[in-house]
Structures are given as C-alpha cells and as structure tokens.
Design a protein around this ligand. Sequence first.
Ligand SMILES: Cc1ncc(COP(=O)(O)O)c(C=O)c1O
Length: 486
Amino acid sequence: MRAHEAGALHGDIGHHGPAWLRPPEDINALLDQLWPATARRDADGVLNVGGIDVRTLAQEYGTPAYVLDEDDFRARCRAYRDAFSDASGGGADVFYAGKAFLCKAIVKIIAEEGLRLDVCTGGELAVALAAGFDPAKIGLHGNNKSLPELTRAVRAGVGRIVVDSHDEIDRLAGLADELGVRPKVMVRVTVGVEAHTHEYIATAHEDQKFGFSLANGPGSGPGSGPGAGGAAAEAVRRILTGVGKDRLELLGLHSHIGSQIFDTSAFEVSARRVLGLHAQISEEYGVELPELDLGGGFGVAYTTQDDPLPPSDISRQLAKIVEHECGAFDLELPRLSIEPGRALVAPSVFTLYEVGTVKDIALDAGATRRYISVDGGMSDNIRTALYDASYSATLASRASEAPPALARIVGKHCESGDIVVKDEFLPADLVVGDLVAVPGTGAYCRSMASNYNHVPRPPVVAVRNGEARVIVRRETEADLLRLDVG
Ligand SMILES: Cc1ncc(COP(=O)(O)O)c(C=O)c1O
C-alpha cells in the first residue's frame, strides 16, 4: 500500500472492517493459534501468562511492554529442531533468524535449545558474541557486509558466511590471505520465486538487491557473465576455481523466498531450481556440496484468517521435496538448514498497552468508528504502517459481558497512520485505564522499534513459572538524551 503523506491510512474511510473479520462468539476467548501456550484467563477473567496476571506485569514494569512466554518460545524452538532432524535424511540445522528479535537472553535460550543463529550485521554479531554463542554455529547474512564486519566475523570463526555479491567474494578472498584462514561460505541464490502467504510468483528473473540470480544474464557484478545457472553459477565458479580457490570453502547454496508462507508449494519450485544448480556443480566440478539452506519464511497467525502449518508438516514436506529432487539428479542428500525467525518468536510475545482515550468518530451515512488510543504505537510496532499488517487484540485486564464493537487501536504518535490494529472487535464497555494485549508481536516489532517522537522503547519481560524477568529494559529519557551531544 502506498502511504498517504499525512499517514498510511489517512484517506481510508471504510468502516465495516475487512470481509474476513467476524464478531466473535465469545469476546473473551483466547484462540490457540493467536496466543502463547500458557496464556489463559484466570478466575477473575484477567489475562494470565507464565503464571502471572497482566495487571501485575503492568504495575511492575509499566506499559507498553512486550511480554515473552519463555516456555512457549522454548517449545517452538524444540519443535522445529526435532521436526527437521527427524524428517531430514541428510541431517538438519535450524538457524534462528536474529533479525526477528535479538537480545542476549534470546541468544542464550536458543543455544540451550540446540539452535544455530543467523545474524546479518556487525551489531547482531556483537550481541551473539556478547551472549557467549558458539561462533561456529553462527551464519552471517547481508547484501552489504563491510570489510570490518567480515573481518570480525572471520576472526571470530563464524561457521558460515552467506555471500551475496562478487565484491564480497573478493573481500573474503583478501581476508583469507591476510588472516591465513579459509572462511566457509554459502552462495545466496535468488531463484525467481517470490512467496508471501498463499501466493507465489515464479519468474525467470529477480529484480531485487539480494543474492545471485539463477537466470542467465549479465550477473551481478564485474566478472559475472551469461551461462547456465546465470550469475549464481558464476559466483560458484569464482569461489571454486577463481579468486576463491583454496581461499574459500564452499559449503553449499542458499535461498530465501519470502515471509508469511503458509504452504510448501513455493519451496518446491525454489528447491527444484536451487538443486538444479547443485547438480550442475556436481557435474562440472565433481563436487557434491555438503549443505543446502532453504531460508525462512514459515507463516504465523496474526489474525483468525491465518492458519500456519505445524513444524512437523513443514519439515516432512520440505524433506520430501529435497529427497525427490536429489533422487532425480542422483545426488547425496545435503545437510539441510532452515532459518525461521518469525515462526519461532512472533507467537510467543504479546504487547501490553494501557488505553488512554476512547473516541467515537462520526463517518458517512451515520456510521461511527471507535478509536482506542494506547500508550505506544508505531514506535513499538511499525508493521501495520509499514506493511499494512493485520493484528488482533483482546481486553486483557478483565473479562467483559458487553457486546462486541468494531474498533481501531491507534498509538500516541503524531501521524494519522499510527495504527496498531486496524480492525478488531473489542467489548463495547472498554474504557480508559483498561489494558489491551496484541498477540503475535515477538518478531519485527522490538527489533524494528524506533524512538519516533522521542518515545522510549518498551521493555521485554520474560515470564515463566510465575516469575517475570526483564530481558531488555525500558528506555529512559536519559537514554534518549545520551546520544544528543548538544
Ligand atoms: C535470509 C533470511 N533468512 C531468514 C529470514 C527470516 O524470515 P522469517 O522471520 O519470515 O521466518 C529472512 C527474513 O526476511 C531472511 O531474509
């Protein structure tokens, strides 16, 4: 959606809500697919998670706050790890995509649950190393990794660097000489598959900044040229027989085709294409690459319309696709890796807000829209404004017998596009001082949070077995002023 200059939804005057949104039968119900596993309403009707009442959390830690159900997050990590290692004949690694949300506590949890970690900047690498994560289990991504970032990663001994350009291959070859090491690399292949939700498009070319295209063509930089496998094959050639020869160790090919994917058909097309190059490499160079990375993108539920596949189904289907393609090319099964971020952490977190104002705005034809303003907004969840994302919400500090009323939850920022939840049915008796909770905010909310309007970023509070601990503290005005040197 193209944003209106005055804010993303400035010109939108529809007031019926989207077609999929239905008044709930029970306004107090917490749907399993939307809420972390330990979330429930206690005897008073108050939302309780990890054994703690949200009114207690609000009192102790303030609002807004991101609340992480630690047991739920750990269970999701284990479910993906076990599902992929059970299904994949060649073995499998699950890399948590740190971009979704990264802090030291998260790094420690994923280490304890046997996951690996993807980072894509020097900053994310610094957090991983500060938390004591084994560098050999880290993958480094990014389309423009600087020489200092690469140097630090190679010095630290990261397990893989996913190369994204010819410039980077040159930089890494230079570093190999300088540091006397042989970095392990994967080649990021853009396979011509763009997938989001249930739809995907498969094309011959990719017009985007990431990776090396499989399509024949001019390639993505000096030294690349036309030929079967396109720019990606040329990158492989330069690593195996060109500047990277004896300097870089090629582990395998990597592809990532999008986010919020709810079925595996797009992975089928992408795996077929990437394994085609894998087979070509085996034929041309006599090298069977030991690994294959199919990226992330497994969907999560933000609203009742989303119905994600369980990890066991995803792993079984992906493993079958890889086995089928390897069988067709008579190849050994490579070790598989996947990189979910959102699917691991988004459902484990909700954001707790306090209602500050309730306003009914008269629209055309006698209709009204209820605007519920909360004490956060686009600075703690930019996804609604940025991606037109949909979210759900519930009244958290009490249950209600009131009928459902269609409402829009907005933030406190100076932007009419500052919307957290575009359309949701909330109890008609919701008032100032009530707490509302928005589920599914564990991914790309705190990690994309800003200080817009100099609003301090909320804390992340992990709850488990009746105990809460702050894993990222709330920013203060002193934090905001710290960088302002006058
Ligand atoms: C290379 C790569 N891997 C993994 C991910 C994680 O995707 P998601 O959080 O949607 O699973 C992304 C996200 O864009 C990505 O670019």
